[in-house]
Ligand binder design. Sequence first.
Ligand SMILES: Cc1cc2nc3c(=O)[nH]c(=O)nc-3n(C[C@H](O)[C@H](O)[C@H](O)COP(=O)(O)OP(=O)(O)OC[C@H]3O[C@@H](n4cnc5c(N)ncnc54)[C@H](O)[C@@H]3O)c2cc1C
Length: 573
Amino acid sequence: MTIPVLMVVDDNPGTLKALDDVLRHRYGHDYLIISEASPGTALGRLRELRAADRPVAVMMAAAAMTAASAAEFLAQARGIQPGAKRVLVVPRGGPAAPSLRVPVPLVRDRQAATPVLRAMALGMIDAYLPAPAAERDEGFHRAVSELLEEWALGAAPALPAVRIVGQERSARAHELRDTLARNSIPYVFHTAGSDAGQSWLQQAGQDGSALPVLVMYTGEVLVDPPNERLAAVFGLASLPAGTVDVAIVGAGPAGLSAAVYAASEGLSTLLLEREAIGGQAGSSSLIRNYLGFPRGISGTGLASRAFEQAWSFGAIPSMAGPVTALQPAADGFTLRLADGGESHARSVLITTGVSYRRLDAPGLDSLLGAGVFYGATSSGTGAFAGEHVFIAGGANSAGQAAVNMARYARQVTIVIRGDSLAVRMSQYLIGEISATANIDVRTGTHIAAAEGTGKLETLTLTNAKTGSSQTVPASALVVLIGAVPYTDWLPAQIGRDEHGFVVTGSDLADGGSPAASWTLPRPPLPLETSLPGVFAAGDVRHGSVKRVASAVGEGSIAATQVTQYLQKHAQIS
Ligand SMILES: Cc1cc2nc3c(=O)[nH]c(=O)nc-3n(C[C@H](O)[C@H](O)[C@H](O)COP(=O)(O)OP(=O)(O)OC[C@H]3O[C@@H](n4cnc5c(N)ncnc54)[C@H](O)[C@@H]3O)c2cc1C
């Protein structure tokens, strides 16, 4: 088995040795520790490692380096080893307690901190860490372990639970890879034409005429299975018998948070998800603005922690398929699933979030998954190394996708209909985009057509002002142009706004008094919908703030209101 590399670069021999000692002592068994005294030699070594197909997990550079800026070195190193985590090691500043997480000299000296914070903001580094104390600096090691865990999530796993054999640009293979990645299930993908692919097809007794083929860790072979079948293999597709206190529909941040709080408050809690744990957040490569994660956290990482937390409090997760209908019943509500199954709950929480708006242009639909993607993917970015990727959209999700893609792609072009990114994108992302050499922005432009045989090959871009069109080579188009809520499965009794978002609480009021559709003498609880006992939280809710933290907050509040409803109102409503 190839041992991954942990590289350290520092031109101060004393601090280089100290860092090398600490890392070798703790990680020397599982990682090859390579120390280099000059950034130039280190870049050469990284190229050699890439040529030898040797994985590099973490690259650390000391901020005190004089030969070159450590951050510049790490930015260059990214071009050679795009998957490796990049860490700037900053001075500890004397005998501060090892548990002190913020480096004392940088807190005192804002000017000295500026390059570090800039490197972080521009995505030149993944993290900064105070240099470790000589012995047992658990704060340092916790941070390093987290980085190694994040790296391992995106790297080829040593023990895959699933091997997929398929065509590189097949839409279904892409969907399966994305679903597995977003559910933190370790998998390896082999193209059908590769030696490994052929070998696995042979072992599975398949001739490759039907793809993708999945070889499970149990030895079971599945040919293009529906997602529910895949969930069943991992024990995630069963439904509880009887009536639960609350059924939560949708396991994004709002649903996961509600499941944690509802289950921890003692409610029997069913969490229904149709696709992947984590919702939209699960497709975000780095969430930097979620409280408590100063160095950011990947959406998949956050979702898998939350999922485990909900499960450990007793919530029952089920990925038996999408919920297709909700009906009032004698003991509460009946939820119907796409596969014909049903579940019963005394109350329901809708946390189904939103889906991306579709681009309407000839050729796009037929190339879906074969170069045209909606939403950022967790697994797909590395597949476009050296290619020209286009991103349609001008909001933060488009900006984040562009910055992430630029780590791998040769060129990233953002296409927006408006005149400026400033209208819908955060300033820090605009700064990051303008500082990234291989991202360009085409304003006042829309995508008029997509063409390609089996995979995307060209896009036609039309300038709104001049009307002129240009057909350009393109390997991928990621569409991030806004969202519509998943609410078409809800009954008419649940009121929605003109865009389909679920209306709750005081927003149901019509001129100060409850709307005509509200039939009870009590007013609706703040997150209750027009159907008493059914609640909504997160992006799907009318007026919600579209953020991870807001969805998590609403999820926890909704759980409390569900408890209140079950204690006070369920019997008399
Ligand atoms: C690429 C990207 C990057 C982002 N980055 C950030 C960021 O850095 N910071 C930030 O604060 N916000 C970010 N956001 C926004 C944030 O992710 C969302 O606001 C948040 O995920 C909303 O959570 P939610 O639980 O309400 O809905 P969602 O995350 O949309 O989850 C809804 C879930 O419901 C499921 N579902 C839908 N219909 C059904 C059905 N009928 N049956 C069963 N299940 C169903 C879906 O599959 C999904 O898993 C980002 C969004 C994207 C797309």
